[in-house]
Design a protein around this ligand. Structure first.
Ligand code: NAP
Length: 332
C-alpha cells in the first residue's frame, strides 16, 4: 500500500509517499480503507524526530482518519465490512490502510462527508475530554471559558462546543482575519495575542473576576499569565507546550484562587481509556454535529502526495481549522 514515510527527521520535504507493507489486524481491531486523514500539530514534531509514537504504534504519521471498514477482527462486535467510520489512531493514518482498535471508531456523522469526517476524531475527543471531562476542565453552562489559538484545529472545535453548551467564550489568535473566524464560530470575546496582554483584557472584560476554565496550548510561556486570568475555583487545562515545558508557578496565587492546573495528552493513553472518551464524545458531540450546530472546520483538502505542503501550511499557521489529506480518490 502507499503511505507517507518520514525518510529522515527534518523539514516538510522529508515526507515521501512510498510502498509499505499493509498493517496486521488484531482480534479487537478493524482494518480501514482510508479515505482521508488530517494533520495535527504533534505530527510536525514527530516528523522532526521529537515525538516518537507510543510503544507498539505504527511509525507512520496520522492520529486520525476516515474511511470504510475493509476487514473486522474476530472479537469485534457492532461494526461490519463496508461501514463508513472515522477513527482516533495512535498512528498510521497517512496511508491507504490502517488498523484501528474497534473502541476508537466513530460513525461518520449524518450530514458530514467522508473526507470532512477525518477532521473530527482528534479535536472532538480531545476537546470533549479536556474541556468538559470530569477529570479535567468540567466546564459548565454559564461559565467563562478561554481557549488560546482559537483558529487552530483544537480551537475551532473548542469555541463551537463551549458556545453550544452555553459558556461565555474568550479566545486568542494572531491576526484580525483569524479573530473574525473565531467570532463566526461563536466566540464572544476575541483578543489579538500579538497586540494585547490577554490576562489584562480578560480582567477588563470580566470586571476582574477572570475565567473559569482555560484551555492552553502554550505551556510554560503562558503558565503565570493563565493563572492570573483564572477565576476563583478556576481550572487551567494544558494540552500543548508550544511555549516551552518548564515554567514557574506561583503556588500562593494557586492556593488563593483554589485553582487547579491539569495537563494531559490523549495519544499515549491505553485503548480502554480512549474507548471511554470516544463513547462520551459520540454521546455528547455527535448529536450537535448531526444537528448542524457544530461543524468540522476544514481549511483545505490536499492529496496524500502533498503531505509535505500540508505540513508547511500548518507549520506556518496559514490555516483556520484542520488541514485534511485525501487518500482515496473515490467520490464521497
Ligand atoms: N494533549 C493532547 O492530547 C492534544 C491533542 C491535540 C492537540 N494538542 C495540542 O493542542 C494545540 C493545538 O493543536 P492543533 O493541531 O489544533 O494546532 P494548530 O492548528 O497547528 O494551531 C496552533 C495554534 O497555536 C496558536 N498560537 C501560536 N502562538 C500563540 C500564542 N503566543 N498565543 C496563543 N496562540 C498561539 C496559533 O495561533 P495563530 O495562528 O493565530 O498564530 C494556532 O492557532 C497544540 O499545541 C497541540 O500539540 C494536544
Amino acid at each position: 500500500m502507499r503511505a507517507v514515510v518520514i525518510t529522515e527527521p527534518g523539514g516538510p520535504d522529508v515526507l515521501q509517499v512510498q510502498e509499505v507493507p499493509e498493517p496486521g489486524v488484531a482480534a479487537d481491531e478493524v482494518l480501514i480503507d482510508v479515505a482521508a486523514t488530517a494533520i495535527n500539530r504533534a505530527d510536525l514534531l514527530q516528523r522532526q524526530g521529537f515525538y516518537p509514537p507510543p510503544p507498539g504504534a505504527s511509525e507512520i504519521l496520522g492520529m486520525e482518519c476516515s474511511g470504510t471498514i475493509a476487514a473486522v477482527g474476530a472479537e469485534v462486535a457492532g461494526w461490519a465490512v463496508g461501514d463508513r467510520v472515522c477513527a482516533l489512531l495512535a498512528g498510521g493514518g497517512y496511508a491507504q490502510r490502517v488498523a484501528a482498535p474497534a473502541g476508537q471508531l466513530l460513525p461518520v456523522p449524518a450530514g458530514v462527508s467522508l473526507v470532512e469526517a477525518a477532521a473530527l476524531p482528534e479535536v472532538a475527543c480531545t476537546v470533549w475530554s479536556m474541556v468538559f471531562g470530569a477529570n479535567a476542565g468540567r466546564l459548565l453552562p454559564g461559565e467563562r471559558f478561554l481557549v488560546h489559538g482559537g483558529s487552530s484545529g483544537i480551537g475551532t472545535m473548542a469555541i463551537q462546543l463551549a458556545h453550544q453548551r452555553g459558556a461565555e467564550v474568550f479566545t486568542t489568535a494572531g491576526t484580525p482575519a483569524k479573530l473574525d473566524a473565531c467570532r463566526v464560530l461563536g466566540a464572544d470575546h476575541v483578543i489579538n495575542y500579538r497586540e494585547e496582554a490577554f490576562e489584562e483584557r480578560i480582567a477588563e472584560l470580566t470586571g476582574g473576576a477572570g475565567v473559569d476554565v482555560v484551555l492552553d496550548n502554550m505551556g510554560a510561556k503562558y503558565l503565570g499569565r493563565n493563572l492570573t486570568a483564572l477565576a476563583t475555583g478556576g481550572r487551567l487545562v494544558v494540552l500543548g507546550m508550544q511555549g516551552g515545558v518548564k515554567g514557574e508557578l506561583n503556588l500562593a496565587t494557586l492556593l488563593g484562587k483554589r485553582a487547579t492546573v491539569h495537563a494531559a495528552g490523549l495519544r499515549a493513553r491505553p485503548p480502554a481509556m480512549k474507548a471511554e472518551i470516544v463513547t462520551e464524545t459520540l454521546a455528547n458531540v455527535w448529536p450537535l454535529i448531526e444537528a448542524g450546530t457544530v461543524r468540522p472546520v476544514v481549511d483545505r483538502v490536499l492529496p496524500l502526495d502533498a503531505a509535505g505542503e500540508a505540513h508547511r501550511v500548518v507549520d506556518a499557521s496559514e490555516h483556520v481549522g484542520k488541514v485534511v489529506l485525501q487518500v482515496s480518490s473515490e467520490e464521497d
